[in-house]
Ligand binder design. Structure first.
Ligand code: GCO
Length: 446
C-alpha cells in the first residue's frame, strides 16, 4: 500500500506544500477551561437529537492538554505545514476583551510549530461562533460581521508573528447552508432564504477582515477556504444537465463568484431570486478584496436531477456502481480534476491550496495497526488527480490531508474516522494508520 506520483510531478518539488489539517472544536476539548466561553457547537451538542450518540466536544482528542505530543506527531510525519483553527470563544470574552489564557495556548502552540520549522496555516473561523453572538442572531445579524472584524484584529495582533497563512473562514457553505438552511449543523435553523443571508454576512465578514490581516501581518498570506463538489447530471435528460449546473451554482458559485467577481450568480437570480441576499451599498466591493490564495476542500461529487414540482434540483446517488467511503460519500477523483479545470476556465483564480481532502473509513485498530487500505487508495488517486490538474495548467501550491487524527466529526460525532492517525478515545492513545505511513513515505521520498 503506497502513494505514488509520476517521478517528475510538480507535487514532488520542494516548493509544493504538504500538510495535515484539524479544527479547534474537533480536537481541543477543554471547552470550559481557562476562560473559554460557550460556542454554538457546545449548545448544539447539548440539544438532544442533534449529534449522533449525544457526542460532544468536552474532551474530543484532548489536544488542549496533549498539544506538545501532537506537534511531535505532526513533525514525525515529515509534513511541511499544519492547518489548524483558533477558537473565537477561547480568544475573547463576551465583552470583547482578550482572554490571556486562550492567547497563551495558541501562542505556545504556534511558537513550537515554528521552532519545528512547520509552516502555520491558521483559520480564524471553523464554525465555533460564540453562543452570545448567536443569541443576537448569529450570522443572520449583520453586526456579527463587524464582531468578526474585531476578533480578527485581536488574533492578528496577538498571534500574527507566528502565522504564515491566514484563512478568514472555513467553508462558508457549511456555516450558512448546513447551519441556517438545513439544520444539520449549529445553530440548527431551517430556512433557505435566511441561510443565504447568513452566507452574505459571512462573505462580508471575510471582506472586512482581509485588510486587517494585510495591514497587521504584511508578510503573511491571507485568503479563504471554500468547500466544493462537482455535480453531474443524474441521467441524460436535458433538465438533469440544468439541475447539475444549478447545484454547482448554489453550492460553489454562490460563494466563489462574489469573492472573485463581486456578484452572485445569474442563474440563481433567474431561477430563485428569493435566494439572493439583501446587499447594502458597497458590500460587493468589500467582499471582492484581492486574496492571496483560495483554499479548496474537496471530498466527493453529486448527481443532480430536476424536480419540477419543487422547482429545484434533487441530489441522487450515482446510477452506476461506484465506491463509497464509510460516511457514504462517492469516491471520484477525476471529478476533482474536472472541477479544478472548470474553475480555471470560469475565473481568474489566485493560487490554489487543496486545504482538505480525505476519507472516513471503517477503521479497526488490531494489535496496534490500522490497515486503512481504502484511505491510502483515496489519497493516492486524489493526489494524482491534482497532479493532472497542475499539468493541465491550474496553479496549485499545496495539499492538506483531512485529518491529522480521528476527531469530532460534527453531527456524526465520533462515529466517523477521518484521521491518518487513529485515536482511542478511552485512552487518548494515538496510533499511526497505514495511510499515515504511506503519506509520510511519499513526503520523505521528495
Ligand atoms: C469540513 C470541515 C471538516 C470536516 C471534514 C469532514 O470540510 O466539513 O472542514 O471540519 O470534518 O470536512 O467532513
Amino acid at each position: 500500500m503506497s502513494i505514488s506520483l509520476p517521478s517528475n510531478s510538480p507535487l514532488l518539488k520542494t516548493s509544493f506544500t504538504f500538510g495535515v489539517a484539524t479544527a479547534a472544536f474537533q480536537i481541543e476539548g477543554a471547552n470550559q477551561l481557562d476562560g473559554r466561553i460557550e460556542s454554538i457547537w457546545d449548545r448544539f451538542c447539548a440539544t438532544p437529537g442533534k449529534v449522533l450518540n449525544g457526542d460532544d466536544g468536552t474532551i474530543a482528542c484532548d489536544h488542549y492538554h496533549k498539544w506538545q505530543e501532537d506537534i511531535d506527531l505532526i513533525k514525525s510525519l515529515g509534513v511541511d505545514a499544519y492547518r489548524l483553527s483558533i477558537a473565537w470563544p477561547r480568544l475573547m470574552d463576551e465583552e470583547g476583551n482578550a482572554n490571556p489564557k486562550g492567547i497563551a495556548f495558541y501562542r505556545n502552540l504556534l511558537e513550537r510549530l515554528k521552532a519545528n520549522e512547520i509552516k502555520t496555516f491558521v483559520t480564524l473561523y471553523h464554525w465555533d461562533l460564540p453562543q452570545h453572538l448567536e443569541e443576537k442572531g448569529g450570522w443572520l445579524n449583520r453586526e456579527t460581521a463587524y464582531k468578526f472584524k474585531e476578533y480578527t484584529q485581536l488574533a492578528a495582533e496577538e498571534l500574527g508573528q507566528w502565522v504564515d497563512v491566514w484563512t478568514t473562514f472555513n467553508e462558508p457553505w457549511c456555516t450558512s447552508i448546513l447551519g441556517y438552511g438545513e439544520g444539520i449543523h449549529a445553530p440548527g435553523l431551517k430556512d433557505d432564504v435566511k441561510a443565504r443571508q447568513a452566507g452574505h454576512h459571512v462573505l462580508l465578514a471575510h471582506g472586512l477582515a482581509m485588510p486587517i490581516l494585510k495591514r497587521i501581518c504584511p508578510n503573511a498570506q491571507a485568503g479563504i477556504v471554500l468547500n466544493m463538489s462537482k455535480a453531474f447530471p443524474a441521467d441524460s435528460e436535458a433538465s438533469s444537465k440544468m439541475a447539475s449546473l444549478y447545484a454547482e451554482a448554489l453550492d460553489n458559485h454562490f460563494f466563489i463568484e462574489p469573492l472573485l467577481k463581486g456578484q452572485y450568480p445569474d442563474i440563481i437570480k433567474a431561477l430563485s431570486p428569493e435566494l439572493i441576499p439583501q446587499i447594502k451599498e458597497g458590500d460587493m466591493a468589500i467582499i471582492k478584496q484581492p486574496i492571496d490564495y483560495l483554499g479548496l476542500n474537496y471530498y466527493t461529487c453529486n448527481h443532480a436531477k430536476w424536480h419540477s414540482e419543487l422547482k429545484r434540483q434533487t441530489i441522487l446517488k450515482s446510477a452506476t456502481e461506484v465506491e463509497y467511503t464509510h460516511i457514504g460519500w462517492e469516491i471520484n477523483p477525476e471529478s476533482l480534476t474536472q472541477l479544478l479545470l472548470e474553475l480555471h476556465q470560469q475565473y481568474t483564480l489566485p493560487p490554489i491550496y487543496i486545504t482538505e481532502n480525505g476519507a472516513a473509513c471503517d477503521d479497526k485498530l488490531i494489535e496496534g495497526e490500522v490497515h486503512d487500505e481504502q484511505r491510502v487508495r483515496y489519497l493516492n488517486t486524489h493526489l494524482n488527480a491534482i497532479h493532472n490538474a497542475i499539468t493541465a495548467g491550474v496553479d496549485i501550491q499545496g495539499y492538506f490531508a483531512w485529518s491529522l487524527m480521528d476527531n469530532f466529526e460534527w453531527a456524526e460525532g465520533y462515529s466517523k474516522r477521518f484521521g491518518l492517525v487513529y485515536v482511542d478515545y478511552e485512552t487518548q492513545k494515538r496510533s499511526l494508520k497505514a495511510s499515515a505511513k504511506a503519506y509520510s513515505n511519499l513526503l520523505l521520498s521528495r
